[in-house]
Design a binder for this molecule. Structure first.
Ligand code: OGA
Ligand code: NI
Length: 352
């Protein structure tokens, strides 16, 4: 009986991770050359004290410098003193946990493989379609403007809309502030993009990684960079790993209570002409406890194209990236398997 499943025989809503199978089916096994090391070196994480951004000009310009260095050399950092109170973070994680604990009937209402849907529940990346399946369950929904979307979110658990809605609003405020600071650190006008970001998208991905019986041969999410300006991540326990672009080594990201993690995404790489690089990361598993993460992706509006800032391009320094929109990205992932092969970012790089 064991290991007979392939990616199309596991019915939707009955994936190995949802059923808690005591073994890892063949279609989840990562080729041995790409299997994760579960206890790698811990990453040296830049910490940005957000409160200082809001203090004197002098403090602000120091933090902007630190931020620029973190974006230039690492592509990720942690923010502390961000102003979102611990209670909101704890409640958001706990409501997310409660959603995944609901009976299958409640969750399958939202189930879809259609990447264009504004609210959807799923497993892996594209359930049953991708060759390799990932040990993840997720709920993804649009979050801005909140009033347009909140009525289509789950009604259970009963506090879900209120608690996650509150968290989304708080994180978005932070995102707008961060966007201003990042553009300032690049030496481009801080209001550059402000309007477009203000009218842009916020997509909340609520990830759940149930315990995996053999965490050394499967992954929660394959290596990828996020198609966003940046992603603000809250995690319940460690499991996230990032690729150190300097030496090609995977490193683990510690969970710091109360801190939020920021990943530079593909939009900022394009905007900055590669001065800031989007960070490649993956989610690893453990055999003991469920891990939850809330990833808030901030980008331009669905069909609005991001392009390199005008200040960074002239005749001697031509563009290096094609412009693209979130819609272009969705078109790409609906046709391609991001678990293997070319990433969307590879298709944007110009050969000149
Ligand atoms: C994502 C992501 C990481 C994690 O949702 O894009 O990278 O730790 N999540 O869940
Ligand atoms: Ni990601």
């Amino acid at each position: 009986m064991e290991n007979r499943e392939n990616s199309s025989s596991l019915a939707m809503g009955k994936s190995a991770q949802e059923m808690g199978l005591p073994y890892v089916p063949e279609c989840y096994k990562i080729p041995s050359s790409h299997r994760p090391i579960l206890t790698p070196e811990t990453v040296d994480m830049p910490v940005i004290n957000f409160a200082r951004l809001r203090q004197s000009e002098e403090q602000r310009s120091m933090v902007i410098k630190e931020l620029g260095n973190a974006c230039r050399h690492m592509g990720f950092f942690q923010i502390v003193n961000h102003g979102i109170c611990q209670y909101i973070l704890d409640e958001a994680l706990s409501s997310a946990f409660d959603f995944f604990k609901l009976p299958a009937e409640e969750k399958v209402k939202f189930m879809s493989n259609d990447v264009y849907k504004p609210v959807r529940y799923g497993t892996s990346l594209k359930d049953r379609i991708d060759k390799i399946q990932f040990w993840r369950v997720f709920l993804k929904h649009y979050a801005h403007p909140l009033d347009d979307w909140i009525d289509s979110w789950p009604q259970n658990p009963p506090n879900y809309r209120y608690v996650i809605g509150h968290y989304c609003v708080e994180v978005r405020k932070l995102a707008l502030e961060l966007m201003g600071a990042i553009t300032e650190s690049l030496g481009i006008v801080p209001t550059y993009l402000a309007k477009k970001i203000n009218e842009g998208m916020q997509v909340m991905t609520v990830n759940c990684y149930p315990p995996c019986p053999q965490p050394d041969i499967a992954l929660g999410l394959p290596p990828h960079s996020d198609y966003s300006c940046f992603t603000i991540l809250l995690q319940s326990s460690p499991g996230l790993q990032i690729l150190d672009s300097k030496n090609g080594k995977w490193k683990s990201v510690p969970e710091v209570h109360g801190a939020l993690e920021v990943h530079i995404g593909d939009h900022i790489e394009v905007l900055s002409k590669g001065i800031y690089k989007s960070v490649v990361h993956r989610a690893t598993l453990n055999s003991k406890r469920t891990r939850i993460s809330l990833a808030s992706l901030h980008s331009l509006e669905l069909e609005e194209k991001i392009e390199t800032a005008k200040e960074l391009v002239d005749e001697q320094n031509p563009k290096r990236y094609k412009e693209s929109s979130v819609k272009d990205f969705l078109n790409f992932i609906s046709k391609n398997d991001i678990g293997e092969g070319k990433s969307f970012m590879d298709t944007l790089k110009m050969k000149n």
